[in-house]
Design a binder for this molecule. Structure first.
Ligand code: ATP
Length: 258
């Protein structure tokens, strides 16, 4: 079943905006990562940031998260300028960064504990069930596979009850089958929770499969070249899926002058 068909994300106006970037410029010294970039992440959508290595995907994600400061322009969330990280914008990194001395349960409950809130045991159980890790709550990270560790990382971020998930290539280190499994689980989870997400990837297939929209970025300095509306969880064997993949591939080839 398609998540995109459960909720309508229209081509030109998707309604409320969860987080937005305006005239965003990021430079490191003379190096221009992007200039005057605008992006609205719409409530309830999964927006993929897709582009070649070095085009600024992670930089943009970090700016949306408040992990980096813009050179010019700004990021706005809930009507306020983003100045620093905030648990309401949950970040999932490529490396799960689990605390090795804590159990799975201890890792998932970490965020609320740090904020001085007792981790809600039912909520932690529920999250572990949602990410398919019931029965592993007392395991230590060293006992987990890469896919399981990334599930814990996702549950740990969700335990903070974020309004938006910002994910930086979370599945790129996983084998192909585990990656596909986690992609499906993520789609199910997002639909169930009605969450908004930004997902960084350099994998065209992953972007077309996961995204409701794909922001296609050009080479370093170019920023976002185009937004492409995708169906979200469309069958990988379908004509529509192949067409979208082809469309994006052609864009990259044209950019490279092939
Ligand atoms: N702290 C930094 N100092 C200087 N340059 C940086 C810094 N962080 C990133 N860059 C540069 O900014 C550009 C964009 O980097 P970024 O990591 O955002 O790209 P990316 O699209 O996420 O790449 P990848 O897919 O390889 O992760 C790169 O040229 C990178 O070397």
């Amino acid at each position: 079943m398609s998540r995109a068909r459960e909720k309508t994300v229209s081509e030109d106006n998707g309604g409320e905006t969860a987080v937005e970037a305006r005239d965003l410029t990021k430079r490191y010294g003379d190096r221009v990562v992007f200039e005057d970039l605008d992006v609205d992440v719409r409530d309830g959508e999964l927006l993929c940031l897709l582009g070649p290595s070095g085009c600024g995907k992670t930089t943009l994600l970090h700016l949306l998260a408040g992990l980096e400061e813009p050179t010019e322009g700004g990021v706005y969330f809930d009507g306020e300028r983003v100045e620093e990280p905030d648990y309401r914008r949950g970040v999932v990194f490529q490396d799960p960064h689990l605390y090795p001395w804590r159990t799975v349960r201890g890792n998932v409950g970490f965020g609320p504990e740090v904020r001085g809130e007792a981790a809600d045991s039912d909520r932690v159980d529920n999250l572990l069930r949602m990410v398919g890790l019931e029965g592993f709550s007392d395991a230590k990270p060293a006992e987990l596979s890469g896919g399981m560790a990334q599930r814990v990382s996702l549950a740990r971020t969700l335990a903070n009850d974020p309004e938006i998930l910002l994910m930086d290539e979370p599945f790129s280190a996983l084998d192909a089958l585990t990656k596909m499994e986690l992609q499906d689980e993520l789609i199910g989870l997002m639909g169930k929770l009605g969450m908004t997400a930004v997902f960084v990837t350099h994998d065209i297939e992953e972007a077309v499969y996961l995204g409701d929209r794909v922001a296609v970025m050009g080479e370093e300095g170019a920023g976002i070249r185009r937004f492409i509306q995708t169906a979200g969880n469309e069958n990988r064997d379908s004509d529509g899926f192949a067409r979208k993949k082809g469309e994006i591939l052609t864009m990259f080839e044209e950019e490279n002058g092939d």
